[in-house]
Design a binder for this molecule. Structure first.
Ligand code: B12
Length: 462
């Protein structure tokens, strides 16, 4: 059975992201001697032509689509990617009757609705490695499996791998790594799966499970060595939280240092688990920046959002980063339950005092099923039982709803290192491409000051 794996993620902001999920899937197909090809639509000039020729050349028996994003979770400039996925499926259907299987983090958030919407045959929720191989085994027994009728979702239980080291190292060989490094500024790698934290809005435990499952530093560094062979020397650790458990993060850093791996990297971090020793080790291992998922700098809001740290923790963590001279940013989420303009001002004042390299601020929180926030939103009448989660609902507390956008407009004009993705403030494709063309690597927030210089130059040119 020949499998064609397609990545239809064409989002370019904040960066084009290498389809790491499909590289994981590709590796298990390879291990199981299942012939496969990949088609990445990000760099395709014309997606319809690209799909037609890939199908004509390879004649796949099964087509897998990786749906990473449902939408950009941004308010007010909201973008849904689902209608593009639907067009991709329609284009495939013109060319092939082979069954179509969906997977990916975005898909896993509302599988039934998405399967019906894009009109595919099968869907796999959560981790895809073991589950896809099981599905293929099952399909091998069915002759005309394109005709099996009802769309089916598989939540193979338990299709999660307890021992992540037993999975093969992702196979990136059929993807354009060089283009991602150039235009996305980095490659990506995972050191663990699962999230034990209890943030009320968060989908990570739904996608990856609640229990942390760790890859060994040896295995992670073996993978980095393979990435380096194809020129990927700037990396983002995609873990929900790189620095938890702290000993694991230390272990990864030590192994990178021991092997003298020539990489630069960055990651998401939790302010509760930052020590001078850890930051020193991260720096020695090539870390250039930490993105703290702080959400707020007000203790009442941190509690309301279910965070496990205090304002004091995030001030301390920031101090350590400043003292050791490593870039850091705080990602903020405004408008959760209980937010008022007063709590927003407290958060902004505290973050300005801390003076991070950058701050990334989302307004309103996209509500997803199975989260605590969805139950709060239901109790408050914002969503109803049987809600169609594909049409986005943003939780935006009544306390800031009417004033926040005007406030941000004024605030952002005086704060050039603050990024507001939902308002396209201090982030746009033109600026991003200019910086990348200039050879700048790593997350763009690390270069906000250079960005500012470029913006001024572009304004002069215009
Ligand atoms: C790291 C990360 C980022 C980093 C990526 C850095 C980098 N260079 O890689 C940054 C900060 C850039 C980022 C940006 C965005 N992100 Co993000 N990101 C993540 C995060 C934390 C991890 C993703 C990851 O790499 N996982 C590791 C890989 C191995 O797992 P995976 O891709 O899920 O693949 C597995 C399964 O899904 C499945 N699978 C995948 N494909 C397929 C295909 C088939 C056929 C099958 C069967 C199975 C299968 O098997 C794989 C292996 O087990 C997730 C949250 C999460 N925990 O998933 C959010 C997440 C993917 N992001 C999300 C979003 C929305 C975005 C943005 C749109 C936000 C924004 N407005 O800027 C952008 C989009 C960027 C882009 N160009 O696509 C959402 C997507 C869902 C949604 N709500 O639509 C998530 C789920 C978080 C959330 N809010 O819920 N992100």
């Amino acid at each position: 059975m020949k499998v064609l794996l397609i990545s239809p993620n064409v989002e370019s902001l904040p960066d084009p992201v290498f389809p790491i999920g499909l590289a994981h899937i590709a590796a298990v197909l390879k291990r199981n001697r299942i012939p496969y090809q990949v088609l990445d639509l990000y760099f395709a000039r014309n997606y319809e032509t690209a799909i037609s020729s890939a199908i004509a050349d390879f004649q796949p028996d099964l087509i897998g689509l990786s749906l990473r994003n449902v939408d950009n979770v941004s308010y007010p400039n909201y973008i849904s990617y689902l209608s593009f996925y639907q067009q991709v499926v329609q284009t495939i259907r013109k060319q092939s009757r082979s069954p179509l299987v969906l997977g990916g983090s975005g898909f896993s958030l509302a599988p039934k609705l998405i399967l019906e919407y894009v009109d595919a045959n099968y869907g796999i929720v959560g981790e895809g490695e073991l589950a896809l191989v099981r599905l293929i085994d099952r399909l091998r027994g069915i002759k005309e499996f394109a005709e099996t009728g009802m769309p089916t979702i598989f939540e193979f239980d338990p299709a999660t791998s307890e021992n992540l080291d037993s999975l093969p190292i992702p196979d990136r060989s059929k993807f354009d790594n060089t283009a991602y490094l150039k235009w996305g500024g980095m490659g990506n790698i995972q050191t663990k799966r699962g999230c034990a934290f209890k943030c009320i809005y968060c989908t990570y435990p739904i996608i990856e499970g609640k229990k942390s499952r760790l890859r060994s530093p040896k295995r992670v560094c073996d993978e980095i060595e393979i990435m380096l062979e194809s020129g990927i020397n700037n990396i983002f650790f995609v873990d929900n939280t790189f620095n938890y458990p702290i000993e694991h993060a230390q272990g990864i850093c030590q192994e990178i240092i021991r092997r003298k791996l020539p990489i630069k990297w960055s990651c998401y971090a939790n302010p509760a688990y930052i020590t001078p020793e850890l930051i020193a080790a991260m720096l020695s291992a090539g870390c250039t920046g930490l993105d703290f998922g702080s959400d707020a700098a007000n203790n009442a809001m941190l509690a309301n959002l279910g965070k496990n740290f205090s304002v004091e923790d995030l001030i301390q963590a920031s101090k350590i980063c400043s003292q050791l001279d490593i870039s850091f940013c705080h990602s903020l989420l405004l408008g959760g339950p209980g937010e008022t303009m007063e709590t927003v001002c407290q958060t902004f004042d505290t973050i300005q005092d801390i003076s991070p390299t950058a701050a990334i601020c989302m307004i309103g929180i996209r509500v997803f099923p199975k989260t605590r926030l969805s139950r709060i939103a239901m109790a408050e009448g914002l969503i109803r039982p049987g809600e169609d989660y594909l049409k986005p609902v943003f939780y935006l507390s009544p306390g800031i709803k009417d004033d926040i956008l005007l406030y941000i407009e004024q605030f952002s004009s005086k704060n050039p290192t603050w990024i507001f993705p939902g308002l396209n403030i201090n982030i746009n494709e033109g600026l991003q491409q200019k910086l990348r063309r200039f050879g700048i690597k790593g997350p763009l927030w690390e270069h906000m000051k250079i960005g500012e210089k470029f913006r001024k130059m572009s304004n002069k040119i215009l």
